[in-house]
Design a protein around this ligand. Structure first.
Ligand SMILES: NC(=O)C1=CN([C@@H]2O[C@H](COP(=O)(O)OP(=O)(O)OC[C@H]3O[C@@H](n4cnc5c(N)ncnc54)[C@H](OP(=O)(O)O)[C@@H]3O)[C@@H](O)[C@H]2O)C=CC1
Ligand SMILES: O=C(O)C(=O)[C@@H](O)[C@H](O)C(=O)CO
Length: 278
């Protein structure tokens, strides 16, 4: 299957518009599942220190590069510094630990996982990401779960504009004020839980559009993300679903279908609120 189109970051780095998410992929399963995703055509993998699967993700990436004669720069890998490692020196140590687990020399994108405003450390943490960026150990840096006021505080105090803000986003939580701010600031929106952890698949409007188009509800939702300009990182555990989630570039939604999906927005989170995680 053809890889997804690539979108440019504000620093010229390019990321596939569909990636493979690995939250809750058990460590023993990670190497095989990521290998399956890479073999299907994914060239963008999302993990994090929290997920406990960086060893398997790294093994899959390294083996795919060796076995398939693929260059390292053809695979885009994201990881994230966890909340308990926030702070300048601790973030640098956390990055070294992530790279040791991945078994790689460079990372394509490193993110602050949650702002954790009560810790008061996300600016120091981001300064460590800036150091990693300046030293060439990461190709791009960014944030995750940042709200507008977090972004403003960060950009007032630091130098490198985040390449992305990775946030929960799906038809029931469209985050329109935040995505508008992203566009104004030149920050890419990466949608985590793009399927609402599976819940949105059962929405009757999605099901009806899927029936009209003769595709699955997941492909409708992910096509919607593509047409919104989002980068989506669905997680799946079967070859069929992994392939299905990447096959979202052979059809389009009609304006009426787009409008119907826009109408599903109801500010409903499947995950935690950024102000509640510390
Ligand atoms: N930065 C952050 O704070 C966060 C980042 N993330 C990232 O976002 C990724 C995706 O989000 P996630 O929370 O996993 O949820 P998703 O919205 O990707 O949904 C995943 C769920 O949907 C099911 N599913 C996937 N594809 C299909 C399909 N084609 N048909 C039917 N069911 C399907 C999966 O089932 P099954 O696995 O059984 O196939 C799984 O239960 C994560 O893996 C992680 O990488 C997630 C949460 C927070
Ligand atoms: O948001 C939640 O409640 C979750 O369990 C996840 O978002 C988790 O906190 C996480 O950050 C996964 O990347």
């Amino acid at each position: 299957m053809e890889p997804a189109p690539k979108l440019n970051f504000n620093n010229g780095v390019r990321m596939d518009q569909v990636g493979f998410g690995t939250y809750k992929v058990p460590a023993p399963d990670a190497a095989d599942l990521v290998t399956l995703a890479l073999g299907t055509g994914y060239r963008h993998i999302d993990t994090a220190a929290l997920y406990g699967n960086e060893e398997g993700v790294g093994e899959a990436v390294r083996d795919f590069i060796a076995d398939e004669n693929v260059n390292r720069n053809e695979i885009f890998l994201t990881s994230k510094v966890w909340n308990t490692d926030q702070g300048y020196d601790s973030t640098l140590r956390a990055f070294d630990a992530t790279m040791a687990r991945l078994g790689l020399d460079t990372l394509d994108l490193y993110l602050i996982h949650w702002p954790c405003p009560e810790r008061g450390l996300f600016i120091d943490t981001y300064r460590a990401l800036e150091e990693l960026y300046r030293s060439g150990r990461v190709r791009a840096i960014g944030v995750s779960n940042f709200l507008p006021d977090h972004l403003q505080q960060l950009m007032d105090a630091t130098d490198v504009v985040p390449a992305v803000n990775q946030v929960e986003l799906h038809p029931w939580l469209q985050q329109r004020p935040l995505t508008k701010l992203h566009q104004e600031l030149g920050i890419r929106t990466v949608a985590w839980s793009p399927l609402g952890r599976g819940a949105v698949l059962a929405d009757p409007v999605i099901s009806s559009i899927a029936a009209d188009l003769g595709v699955s509800p997941a492909r409708v939702i992910l096509r919607w993300h593509m047409e919104q300009g989002n980068i989506a990182i669905p997680k799946a555990s079967s070859a069929e679903r992994i392939a299905e989630n990447l096959d979202v570039f052979s059809f389009e939604l009609t304006p009426e279908q787009q409008t119907a999906i826009t109408g599903l927005d109801r500010n409903q989170r499947s995950g935690s609120h950024p102000d509640k995680v510390n």
